[in-house]
Design a protein around this ligand. Structure first.
Ligand code: F6P
Length: 359
């Protein structure tokens, strides 16, 4: 019988996941191994029998490698150590997952996730004596120990394209256009897309802003003879009172939303400029992956299988200094990576005269 690897995607989806799964399946096939895909992250392991699908290289080489999303499905809810039961109670279901993983007869699992998923998967792996390697993915690009995560490049490309599309309509109507982007507590998407898309103002959670500073910049743009301005706001930027703009949904969950409209209103009040707001939302996750995300995903998928074949576990593949390396998962989880306010891109933005709202 062939040796088996399990693979799952966990946490929010992003573009490039299918390319990573494909790469792992191809590499494993060349090594004579079989890959079994676990459906819906750890949720697929809460069924008896577990929800899985054996994957073949041929499953991927037409459209799938080009598609956003994940053919395996994923979940960013239902921590198995504190699982919400239908009657409202919470239950530790970790042992069910471990038992089901063992019935799959896998040598090791590849978890494609962010830091939250890695923490859960690693805890399961430790408890159950399961061997695991991680592949970093998140549009937020906030995982430590890697310069890039799958999905970030595509999200930035989508946000940049949104600015490209907002600019002509802004210019036609003499408007300030505010674009709210995702990124959770890290401003990487806003900073990169804002520079690439010619924003006048970029607000990120790492740099507190003053409305006067934004108004001054917009005034300067007008005095310079330009009739429009582009403003990018990261979703976790706070209001002037220091509050997070979050909405509570009827499922009891709080999610980011609203800071774009808040900032737009503040800009209107401070400058009198006609202002419109676009909230980009999940469009940033659903696109066809850029070539960069496909390359990163391919290199990560191959390296993850190679680590397993070399007997190296509890490692996360990473991108550093133009190379694929691997690091302890624990270190990566501990090294959360928000925007370093002294980094090259922050300096670049300032040097271009882009306001970060603080000067
Ligand atoms: O972590 C990725 C991310 O897209 C964040 O940027 C965003 O805040 C969040 O997930 C949205 O989560 P959900 O898909 O649950 O709405």
């Amino acid at each position: 019988m062939k040796k088996r690897i399990g693979i799952l995607t966990s946490g929010g989806d992003c573009a490039g996941l299918n390319a990573a799964i494909r790469a792992a399946v191809h590499r494993a096939d060349l090594l004579g191994w079989e890959v079994v895909g676990i459906l819906d992250g750890t949720a697929g392991l809460l069924f008896d029998p577990p929800q899985v699908r054996v994957l073949h290289p041929n499953d991927f080489d037409n459209n799938v490698m080009r598609m956003g999303g994940t053919i395996l499905g994923t979940t960013n809810k239902g921590n198995p150590f504190d699982y919400p039961m239908p009657d409202g109670s919470r239950k530790d279901r970790s042992e069910e997952i471990i038992t089901n993983l063992k019935t799959l007869g896998v040598e090791a699992i590849i978890g494609i996730g962010g830091d939250g998923s890695f923490a859960i998967l690693r805890k399961l792996a430790m408890q159950g004596g399961i061997r695991m390697v991680g592949i970093p993915k998140t549009i937020d690009n906030d995982i430590g120990e890697t310069e890039a995560s799958i999905g970030f490049d595509t999200a930035v490309a989508v946000a940049t394209e949104a600015l490209d599309r907002l600019q002509p309509t802004a210019a036609s109507h003499d408007r300030v256009m505010v674009l709210e982007v995702m990124g959770r507590d890290a401003g990487h998407i806003a900073l990169s897309a804002g520079i690439a898309g010619g924003a006048d103002v970029i607000l990120i959670p790492e740099i507190p802003y003053r409305i006067n500073s934004i108004a001054k910049k917009i005034q300067a743009v007008k005095e310079g003879g330009r009739n429009f301005a582009l403003v990018v706001v990261s979703e976790a930027v706070k209001t002037l009172d220091g509050e997070s703009a979050q909405m509570e949904f009827s499922d009891g969950q709080k999610r980011y939303g609203g800071i774009g409209h808040y900032v737009g209103e503040q800009i209107f009040k401070a400058t009198g400029s006609e202002t419109r707001v676009t909230v980009l939302g999940h469009v940033q996750r659903g696109s066809q992956p850029t070539y960069n995300d496909r390359l990163l995903a391919s290199a990560f998928g191959v390296r993850a299988v190679d680590l397993i074949s070399q007997g190296k576990f509890d490692r996360m593949v990473a991108w550093k200094n133009r190379q694929i390396v691997d690091v302890p998962i624990e270190t990566a989880i501990a090294a959360y990576q928000a925007v370093d306010t002294n980094n090259t891109l922050v300096h670049t933005a300032r040097a271009l005269g882009i306001s970060l709202g603080d000067e």
